[in-house]
Write a protein that binds this ligand. Structure first.
Ligand code: HEM
Length: 392
């Protein structure tokens, strides 16, 4: 029996896969890409690093496009950037960024409140300011990065290679503009995350005890592209999902105001599970391998659909039910396996602090304007209107 045909291109990922998953946990696009919709199957594919390679792009992608020992070597030196200590040091910085933005949004707002688009007005601006503060980039890059986010989004929706190549090149130029001055300053470069990344030495696989080698320029650009390019949009979309969820369930706002940071993180993870805007990642089969009773041939392309897996009724009997404690163990918002998101502590920190700072001074309610859902390759809300009202 062949897998059902399903083409997620340009569809709203959540509703489209809810329907498709009911038929089977694995589908195939007309051009032959396998789409893994089921939870068990997503975990199996993401966990089978021998049969599924992450080297899916013709461009260098550090670390996400690497496999095996080379991937492990990069993760070993890059993961500490998201360790508990750097995150604790960053928290007051991100908190200040969030508080200032909230103050700007609420300036001159009366008791009737103001309607904002949570994605554009709060999410995108906060993402750019928080990431540039983290990396030590100049605040003047804000406008350029915000415009880049809009153009990147349009280009990936268009599916036109020339447009995606142009925005990718523009982003690399931004990154080179922050790397070049640090190179020129040598030992006098500012002590920030970007400089620290440029000084990383990656161990050489198979040579334990060896001091390793410095990252090449194209590797530094690739890591920074990964840390910002993909992430800015994800943080903005996550904010849209979170504020829409909180507007609809005001008791969550209260739990976020009075609860611990751990409770806040659990609420965030569960809202994102229900409506995961980080939709999918790609793999390529290295050998014939069976998934959900279908043989995937060597060289065939596979898409792990996290948004769908996070709503699989076989694991979450009512995918809409909000139950952080029951669902945390199976939550796949940040992936699983060796490529599991290293940036999760940073993402959680940014999202938690943004919500805490906003909810300390404002109530969030549904807006009269209807929201607009996103379409693949991203999910969540394209526009998430909510009404902010100053508290007290
Ligand atoms: C905003 C919410 C975020 C979500 C939902 C998210 C989700 C994910 C997922 C599902 C993966 C797995 C990819 C795979 O299996 O191929 C991943 C990988 C990755 N994420 Fe995130 N991420 C987020 C934020 C971030 C942040 C803030 C950073 C860094 C600044 C980051 C950096 C990365 C990197 C470098 C990888 C590749 C890891 C590897 O291939 O070993 N992510 N992310």
């Amino acid at each position: 029996m062949s897998a059902p045909t399903f083409d997620p291109t340009h569809l709203e990922p959540r509703s489209a896969t809810d329907e498709q998953r009911a038929e089977a946990p694995l589908a195939r696009t007309p051009d032959g890409t396998w789409v893994v919709l089921g939870h068990e199957e997503a975990v199996a594919v993401a966990g089978d690093h021998e049969s599924f390679s992450s080297a899916v792009s013709r461009f260098l992608q550090v670390p996400n496009g690497l496999d095996g020992a080379e991937h492990a070597a990069f993760r070993q030196v890059l993961d500490p950037f998201f360790g508990p200590e750097p995150m604790a040091q960053l928290e007051p910085v991100v908190r200040r960024v969030a508080a200032e933005l909230v103050e700007e949004l609420l300036a001159d707002v009366g008791a009737a409140g103001t309607e904002i688009d949570a994605v554009a007005a709060l999410g995108a601006v906060f993402a750019v300011r928080a990431q540039t503060a983290w990396l030590g980039w100049p605040a003047q890059l804000e406008r350029e990065l915000l415009q880049w986010m809009v153009d990147n989004h349009e280009a990936s929706r268009s599916g036109e290679l020339a447009r995606t190549a142009e925005v990718a090149e523009r982003f690399d130029a931004i990154i080179r503009s922050v790397v070049a001055p640090r190179r020129a300053l040598g030992d006098h470069a500012p002590a920030d995350v970007t400089t620290a990344l440029m000084r990383v030495r990656v161990p050489l696989p198979g040579l334990p005890g060896d001091p390793g080698r410095e990252l090449r320029d194209e590797e530094i650009v690739s890591v920074l592209r990964n840390w910002t390019g993909g992430d800015l949009g994800s943080i903005a979309l996550c904010i849209g999902v979170l504020l829409t969820g909180i507007a609809r369930a005001p008791q969550l706002a209260e739990r976020l105001r009075v609860g611990t940071d751990e409770e806040a993180a659990a609420i965030i993870d569960e809202l994102l599970r229900i409506d995961d805007p980080f939709v999918a990642n790609r793999r390529v089969a290295t050998c014939p391998v069976t998934v959900a009773g279908h043989e995937i041939g060597a060289g065939e392309r596979v898409q792990i659909h996290w948004t769908s897996a996070n709503r699989d009724e076989r694991v979450f009997p009512d995918p809409e039910a909000f139950d952080p404690a029951a669902h945390a163990e199976h939550n796949l918002v940040y992936g699983t396996g060796r490529h599991v998101c290293p940036g999760r502590p940073l993402a959680t920190l940014e999202l938690r602090v943004a919500l805490q700072e906003l909810l300390a001074v404002a109530d969030v309610a549904p807006a009269p304007t209807p929201g607009e859902r996103e379409i693949a390759p991203v999910g969540g809300w394209a526009h998430a209107p909510v009404v902010l009202t100053p508290r007290g």
